[in-house]
Design a protein around this ligand. Structure first.
Ligand SMILES: [Zn+2]
Length: 367
């Protein structure tokens, strides 16, 4: 469980690790450059009521705002000027915090509102959360959201790395170096996507999500069970289907999909969010899609290594697989078909351990 945020605004400090730029500097810069922020400060400074343009912008009464050390507070919340970079930093770091963990807009807004305020805050945060690719990929799968900590904490430039410092000591936001080595094969049941709705009209160049529900899968690990893949660009349209520009993960896959398997991709709220979303795509690197013998799409997941084996009473032979994100799980031996040399190495180094499986020995005898 992540510790709860404390109520004192001083408890939360966001600061950059890799650059000299920190949130305070960004706020200062926004106050110094944003013309509207300057007008707000000026009105409070000379104790005149809001000028018309400021009134339209702020949408809160003059009496509810005060000036402290050159910064504007509304009901004790720091007013954040209309600066996309600054607001995106605050939105992203709050939304992706362990305390929020990509929860919905209400929770994200609540966390932000403990310290900050700006006019139209709820709408902006709604837009930000609605266009978060990490949320979108996992939508409908609560476990996925809970298990995504690594991918949540990929910071975006120009803050190469951001850490969130609580007095209570939450984990840092930092990019994790990941080396993908081996491939894990999923097989198993096919379940068809039967939903039919009013599909939006797509045009060439539109970005879409591709449902992964019709892709053969046996979910080796709940955190690798994204419901939506992509985004992919539409390269051609048909009456009820689109051709997509699939990436190299989809080698040899016929790229035409029925509308029922596609959803439009929401526009990022800011340029900064577009970068965050692009970074989150890196977390998809472990996944590739191939066709099985029956021509069905099959997911393959990339894992790090096998570290143990056991004979399970019901499941039979199992291997302990370490995933790319540092977690691990027991997998039935059949899921490791195609990973012969990994098993060879494992058993060579672990002579007393259960295994190898029958199909492995057969293959070995043929070679
Ligand atoms: Zn999210």
């Amino acid at each position: 469980m992540a510790p709860e945020l404390l109520d004192n605004p001083d408890d939360l400090r966001l600061y950059a690790v890799d650059t000299s730029e920190d949130l305070d500097d960004l706020i200062d810069a926004a106050y110094n450059t944003d013309p509207m922020a300057k007008k707000v400060v000026k009105a409070l400074l000379i104790q005149s009521l809001w000028p018309k343009t400021v009134k339209r912008f702020m949408r809160v009464s003059f009496g509810d705002c005060e000036l402290r050390d050159g910064r504007v507070f509304y009901h004790n919340k720091l007013f954040i000027p209309a600066n996309d970079h600054l607001r995106s930093q605050i939105e992203y770091c709050t939304h992706a915090l362990p305390a929020s963990d990509h929860q919905g807009e209400a929770k994200t807004a609540e966390l932000i509102k403990r310290h900050y305020w700006w006019p139209g805050l709820y709408r902006e945060i709604g837009g930000f959360v609605g266009a978060c690719h990490t949320c979108r990929r996992a939508k409908g799968l609560k476990e996925s959201l809970q298990g995504l900590l690594h991918s949540l904490t990929v910071p975006f430039r120009p803050w190469a790395s951001i850490s969130v410092d609580y007095i209570t000591g939450l984990p840092e936001c930092s990019r994790h170096g990941v080396v993908y080595k081996h491939i894990f094969v999923e097989d198993h049941e096919l379940y068809a996507n039967t939903r039919r709705g009013d599909a939006p009209k797509y045009k060439i160049g539109d970005l879409v999500w591709l449902s992964s529900e019709n892709i053969v899968t046996q979910r080796p690990s709940k955190k690798l069970s994204d419901k939506w893949l992509g985004p992919f660009a539409v390269s051609r349209t048909y009456k009820r289907a689109c051709a997509l520009e699939l990436d190299r993960r989809f080698n040899g896959i016929f790229p035409v999909f029925h509308h029922s398997l596609l959803r439009p991709v929401e526009e990022p709220r800011t340029r900064e969010q577009a970068e965050i979303n692009k970074d989150s795509q890196d977390d998809q690197e472990g996944l590739i899609i191939v066709l099985d013998k029956r021509g069905r799409m099959q997911r393959k997941w990339i894992f790090d290594k096998v570290t143990n084996s056991r004979m399970h009473q019901k499941e039979g032979l199992q291997y302990y697989v370490e995933w790319q994100d540092g977690t691990a799980s027991w997998q039935p031996a059949r899921n490791l078909q195609g990973c012969h040399w990994i098993l060879y190495e494992f058993h060579r180094n672990n002579k007393g351990k259960p295994g190898p499986p029958g199909w492995y020995r057969k293959k070995e005898a043929l070679e």
